[in-house]
Design a protein around this ligand. Structure first.
Ligand SMILES: [Zn+2]
Length: 228
């Protein structure tokens, strides 16, 4: 029988923040994708310069399909840039590419939060898969009955997303520092880079808030169950 979760409404703030973050990142990114780089640098060239200057000549910069699919692969030690950022000679492309290079710099510096985050990846993958089943089981069996399972699973996911925040903010900080130090952007462009990276960081904050509120739902349900 369908059993409603008394605290379901807790998903609403996270959902709204997530939608706002998505809107913000898309609109900011598109705006600065129209702003050409005064140095005529593409995202790939900016990332290459940052990596080479840090002595990371062995870290390749590769093109991957899709929009904003950019990431640093710490296992294969390579930078993957989406087509638009790889070839784009714009403020947005340089900002995102430099951010990914920032992750490679963190790896090189053995940045503690990056190491913790990497260590948490396998257990988080298991928890993320379990989360779907837990939500379904809760829907049919009653959320209070599986509350403790929910706390463990969403506890892991929330921990991972919390650790992700300093990693993302630090990568952006390193990106801006290098872009400025190496003279890859003007000070006006630097402001644009900051806006693009702040908007992107907001999506990580939204994801963390969503998980935290889901975790809170299960904590409240577990407490209710104990009182019965
Ligand atoms: Zn990042």
């Amino acid at each position: 029988m369908f059993t409603p979760n008394a605290y379901w409404w807790l998903i609403i703030p996270g959902l709204l923040l997530g939608l706002y973050a998505q809107f913000k990142v898309t609109s900011t990114y598109r705006r600065y994708m129209r702003e050409p780089s005064s140095r005529g640098l593409t995202g790939a060239q900016a990332a290459r310069t940052i990596l080479d200057r840090a002595g990371l000549t062995n870290v390749p910069v590769e093109e991957v399909p899709g929009e904003l699919t950019d990431h640093y692969d710490p296992v294969q030690r390579k930078l993957c840039l989406s087509t638009g950022n790889f070839h784009g000679a714009t403020v947005a492309a340089i900002g995102v590419s430099a951010h990914e290079a920032g992750h490679a710099l963190q790896h090189q510096a053995s940045y503690a939060f990056l190491k913790v985050r990497m260590a948490l990846v396998p257990v988080t993958q298991i928890a993320s898969n379990a989360a779907i089943w837990i939500s379904m089981a809760g829907f049919f069996l009653g959320f209070a009955k599986i509350a403790w399972l929910g706390i463990i699973v969403f506890g892991v996911v929330t921990l991972f997303q919390t650790i992700t925040l300093p990693v993302e903010f630090d990568a952006s900080r390193r990106a801006k520092e290098q872009l400025f130090r190496l003279g890859l952007v003007t000070s006006a462009e630097q402001a644009g880079v900051s806006r693009v990276l702040s908007a992107a960081a907001l999506t990580y904050v939204a994801a963390m808030v969503s998980s935290l509120l889901t975790l809170l739902q299960f904590v409240l349900l577990a407490r209710g169950d104990d009182r019965e």
